[in-house]
Design a protein around this ligand. Sequence first.
Ligand SMILES: [Zn+2]
Length: 412
Amino acid sequence: MQRTVKLRVKVSYETYKKLKEVEEEYTEILGDAIEYGLWNNTTSFTKIKAGIYKAERERHKGLPSHYIYTACEDASERLDSFEKMKKRGRAYTDKPTIRRVTVHLDDHVWKFSLDKITIVTKHGRVSLSPLFPKIFWRYYNSGWSVASEARFKLLKGNVIELYIVFKKDEPKPYTPQGYIPVDLNENAISLLVHGKPVLLETMTKKTTLGYEYRRRKITTGKSTKDRETRRKLRKLRERDKKVDVRRKLARLVVMEAFESRSVIILEDLPKRAPEHMVKDVRDSQLRLRIYRSAFSSMKNAIIEKAREFGVPVILVNPAYTSSTCPVHGCNVLYPPNGSTALRVGRCEKGGELWHRDVVALYNLLKRAGHVSPVPLGSKEPHDPPTVKLGRWLRAKPLHSIMNEDKMIEMRV
Ligand SMILES: [Zn+2]
């Protein structure tokens, strides 16, 4: 597990010049290394290094040799991810282009300490004294350690941007004592907490559509290159807000599983939106955006958080999870599009009512090889308690939110 923290440091012109020189030569080596990899049809670091080291050593006299190593590593990573993009049909050029360069450092060319960071250049070491941001201390003081590799980039105005990498061992997954199935949807996620269904509102689709409406209002009749338009678009901060909701939700679900020593069961959703998802949105770009933020990115956020806490995750086949009755195994029929109670269906055989998101939960449990009693006869399967977006955002443990809900119900 690793996390990267950015630090910005203002340096003297002298220091900046020395680092600029490193950056320029590093970029040249990186270019050669990529070229070599392409010509020789390899992405292997060892092969690239073996192929170009001697010539580069000649060409860049005085540059610490480890920059050649790290540039070769950098090239190997870039070639690797280019290959992957090409396989997925998402590479738009026939060879990787070097657009942004960050100089990669290993433990021979940089040293970290809290009072100064030194980097080796052609003219000896330069030292930087950064002010560490809060996020840095959060990792530094909570069991993460500073990795031996780092990167830097030059910004305008004699500013160096440093990328410090923190590493931490992944905790060992525990032996599970229960299951928490989680079903993702465009406006909510649902899960079983202590066997009881609950819906947490996310409003992802609504939010995305709202942003889209505001974005259109800003850009109609204006160029998106216009400074004022760009500033207004930036101010929307759609991504930041969605990432925030996602992180908090993932944390809530994972902490619940962690405390009850449960496995999380998720649908194994594809990266691209399947045809039947979010189908009432016509614009395909927009549909994909909603799908990504409500389904695939949400799924990834939960998986990543789970990994951090050693919570096991089971991925199951998502086909028909919301249209099959978990009790009778037959179809659950939903009212046709346009109906007000769109998400509540009736079992073909038993005639009982089901909320779409709750049906999916019991089916996820079944697919993970666990059968739990369905609370038939109560209203939970078709009318599960729903927690509004603002409520769960206040980062309380999930079961305490649910208990609170019970209190309110009892009082009424
Ligand atoms: Zn049924």
